[in-house]
Design a protein around this ligand. Structure first.
Ligand SMILES: NC(=O)c1ccc[n+]([C@@H]2O[C@H](COP(=O)([O-])OP(=O)(O)OC[C@H]3O[C@@H](n4cnc5c(N)ncnc54)[C@H](OP(=O)(O)O)[C@@H]3O)[C@@H](O)[C@H]2O)c1
Length: 258
């Protein structure tokens, strides 16, 4: 039994990582800003509660991220965590495929987080995954309510079930540190138009889709699929299977921390 801290253990990916690790018999702590949501209350941005959550743990899975504060939030959070993580035998950082090739602000910060992990000297594994089915579904759930849904129809994605990524994370976390692990992608690369067609086939919405032009390098890199890793079609659940299963949206229903 290993003592493991999961940051972001209340999130779309993290909560499934926690389940897998507990099923395997590990002693798992969950850091959350919200009292009652995890086992330890703490805020990686301010550093409050982080030392207490880390104390005595052997492994950390760092899956916390603050997409809403695209500025330097994730880097600040990762640095605050690393400050207290000197004694752990393994830190696994969850990252995103293509962040070094796509000039998107959130991605630049993820890349800086990866570098901070490497520079810290803490034995680590960095696992980059492609976009989760859950994230694409959250986007489609938003636009399906609109009379006309503007979507970047020519963007390519290789969506993967967070459940598939969670299994991989749980397996890697209790193994030896690998440095950079092989990328982890979904079973197929599809355009946003193809993803939306499957969604419409099951949910009969959105009624009308119009192509959303995304100029500049961010647009061209997503159109070129630089966010995909076709050599690693590792996830097993396809987008169609995911949509048919009609899962709850893990990005809603969380009370925002004050
Ligand atoms: N979503 C994707 O498609 C995708 C694809 C590849 C990789 N990733 C990466 O996978 C990781 C998990 O993504 P996700 O979509 O599962 O995230 P998510 O559902 O948005 O969850 C974010 C988590 O971060 C925690 N968090 C945020 N700010 C915090 C702070 N200041 N202190 C402590 N905890 C904080 C939240 O906990 P509380 O709200 O409970 O405090 C929550 O559990 C991220 O690193 C993301 O970049 C995501």
């Amino acid at each position: 039994m290993t003592k493991i801290l999961v940051t972001g253990g209340t999130g779309a990916l993290g909560r499934q990582v926690v389940d897998r690790l507990r099923e395997a018999g590990h002693d798992v702590r969950v850091l959350s800003r919200r009292p009652g949501a995890g086992t330890h209350v703490g805020d990686l941005r301010t550093g409050v509660g982080v030392a207490e959550a880390v104390a005595g743990t052997e492994v950390i899975v760092h899956a916390a991220s603050d997409f809403r504060r695209a500025g330097g939030a994730d880097l600040e959070q990762t640095e605050n965590l690393l400050r207290h993580a000197r004694e752990v035998r393994h830190l696994l950082y969850v990252s995103i495929v293509g962040i070094d090739r796509i000039p998107f602000r959130y991605y630049r910060n993820k890349l800086a987080c990866e570098q901070a992990v490497v520079d810290s000297g803490v034995p680590h594994t960095i696992l980059r995954a492609t976009q989760f089915h859950e994230l694409i579904a959250a986007l489609l759930r938003t636009v399906e309510k609109w009379p006309v849904a503007p979507l970047p129809t020519t963007f390519r994605f290789q969506p993967v079930a967070a459940a598939d990524v969670a299994r991989r994370v749980a397996e890697l976390a209790v193994g030896e540190p690998l440095g950079r692990a092989p990328d982890f992608g979904g079973p197929e690369v599809l355009t946003m138009a193809q993803l939306a067609r499957v969604w419409q086939g099951v949910r009969h919405r959105p009624r009308r889709i119009v192509p959303l032009p995304v100029p500049g390098r961010v647009g061209s890199t997503f159109r070129a699929g630089l966010n995909t890793c076709p050599d690693h079609p590792d996830g097993t659940q396809t987008w169609s299977q995911f949509v048919v299963s009609n899962p709850a949206n893990p990005y809603t229903g969380r009370k925002k921390p004050s």
